[in-house]
Design a protein around this ligand. Structure first.
Ligand code: 5GP
Length: 189
């Protein structure tokens, strides 16, 4: 039988440094396919359509839900986010490993459908550092930062059922920890 790919699910509260870690990991692992999500959130600064996300309208998102195109979807920080079911199926059958950067609600749903998935939670060193990072990033309003911190507290409580926890004190160390998780994953079959 042809070898199936692996699913690597990464979640983190926003501001934990996940995007930097994910980007560095993808660069080092060109064979790892990134699952580009659909979202109703408007693009930030230099985000590109079809690269960072597929930015779509609320109506288009609802159509995808109704037609069963999404493997999972969730509302995060007031916007809708979802994963393409076809992308997952196609790449897994091609034997390709996939990296998903999704929230804890989505991770739970994908894990229920794909129990062989590996889940990695990236945590900030402390809530105070997280607050500072979110403020420094200044892409969000004060209200949005408060909402993200509130969500972060709830998300941190979910870290317990992830297979791996990486505390992002140092980006290089976090990337190398993720690298060894990926290597183990590939050796597992
Ligand atoms: P951001 O708006 O900062 O890019 O992402 C906000 C949150 O949505 C992050 O936790 C990110 O992991 C999550 N997210 C991104 N894409 C998806 C998706 O397809 N499904 C779910 N459930 N969450 C997603």
């Amino acid at each position: 039988m042809a070898k199936k790919g692996h699913l690597l699910i990464i979640s983190a509260p926003s501001g934990a440094g996940k995007s930097t870690i994910v980007m560095a990991t993808l660069k080092k692992n060109p064979a790892l396919r990134y699952s580009i999500s659909y979202t109703t959130r408007p693009p930030r600064g230099n985000e590109r359509q079809g690269v960072d996300y597929y930015f779509i309208s609320d109506a288009a998102f609802r159509e995808k839900i109704d037609s069963g195109e999404l493997a999972e979807w969730a509302e995060v920080h007031g916007h809708l986010y979802g994963t393409s079911a076809a992308f997952l199926e196609y790449n897994l059958h091609q034997g390709c490993d996939i990296l998903l950067d999704i929230d804890v609600q989505g991770a739970k749903k994908v894990y229920a459908k794909y129990p062989e998935a590996i889940l990695v939670f990236i945590a900030p060193p402390s809530m105070e550092k997280l607050r500072r990072r979110l403020a420094e990033r200044s892409t969000d309003s004060a209200g949005a930062i408060e909402q993200r911190l509130k969500n972060a507290r709830m998300e941190m409580a979910e870290a317990q059922w992830y297979h791996h926890l990486i505390v992002n004190d140092d980006v290089d160390q976090a990337v190398s920890k993720l690298k060894s998780i990926i290597e183990k994953l590939r050796l597992s079959e």
